[in-house]
Design a protein around this ligand. Sequence first.
Ligand code: SF4
Length: 407
Amino acid sequence: MSRIDDIVGQCRDQVEDASLNACRQWKGRRAGNKVLGYFPVYFPVEIAHAAGMLPIGIFGGGNRVVLKRADTHMYSFMCSICKSTLEQGLSGRFDFLDVFIGTPICDAARHMPGLMERNVPGLLTDILYLPANLRTGLAVPYLQREFGRLRVLVETEVGHAVGDEQIRDSIRTYNQSRRLVRRLYEMRRASPWLVSAVECYVLVRAGMLMPVEEHLPLLREFIALASEREARPLDKIRVVFEGGFCEQPPIDFLRAIEEACYVVDDDLAVGARLFSGDVPEDGDPILNLAASYCNGSTYSSVQHDMRRLKSDGLMAKYRSSNAEAIVLSPAKFCEPGLDDQVHHLKRAEKEGVSCLQMEFQERMKDFDNVRTQTETFAEAILFYSQEQRPDPVAAPVAEITTTEAAR
Ligand code: SF4
């Protein structure tokens, strides 16, 4: 097995482990280690990291968890991530978790902290209230106070104060990670034959489960190795995948799409790369995090910013990645995703952009239908628009040097 396959395999194993054994092992490394789990989409991980905690993204059990008890606590029409997350709690898989933070991003998610508190003994839960109206000048000071409240919560949990300089250090560390992830996405947009969507996805998701200090070298090494790959571009259509901001599709769902298309950009696990740039490293760190969320975020289906349309964001992503089509794929029963699908479809139709619509569920295990639909869609584009298609071989190839990638 090559080193690059080894890195991807290691990340995939972590992402698909519904029992989160690597996180449990981290907690066992040293007495006093604490783990904070956050439900998607966004959490200011720097605050927990600065306190010495391991912040981890809780994304449900994927298709590795059998629902035995969670179904009895929830309506049948609720999305899968909520059910499988609760099942993880009910089945003891969160026995190592100290804190669970949820955000009221939708009707389903707003109940998660309460459900977890009642059903997972000893778990401290709380709700992070992100501002609903980002247009008002009060959003930043409000969020600054809310992040300040979180800071007190983690200070109480770890039993010591968390200074501004510690949070600034964490911001510097996570900025390095943000830069590398941006670099990974640039590589994919420029040369998708060098980095697949699945590789990119498992690398980013694994970073939401392991200490950032362990994730950074993996990212650097992967980028350096991928940039030297001798892969040849294939005549596949280039698509943007949209719909994976909260519940995540199974990895084999993405792989089935990739058999017929280059997935050149996406919104998968977007909370890990919500900010378009770095968080400022000087000054009040809590204010910087709040201002970055309110004024420096990319769009997502659960953030309502009346200053800009989400369909503008999707179209900008489509154009900047030189894509030929969009795969609109919200999670089943996901209200925010399905709402946005309507707007995105209208916009795409107006602008003459081809869209493939496919719902997914994290619990899916059969991908033949996904494969058939994607192949048919890709062939239709290849057949009907051959003359207008950009030459994939002539698409700009990123000039990535090992030194640059290792930065
Ligand atoms: S997948 Fe959609 S409906 Fe479910 S918790 Fe996430 S945002 Fe809410």
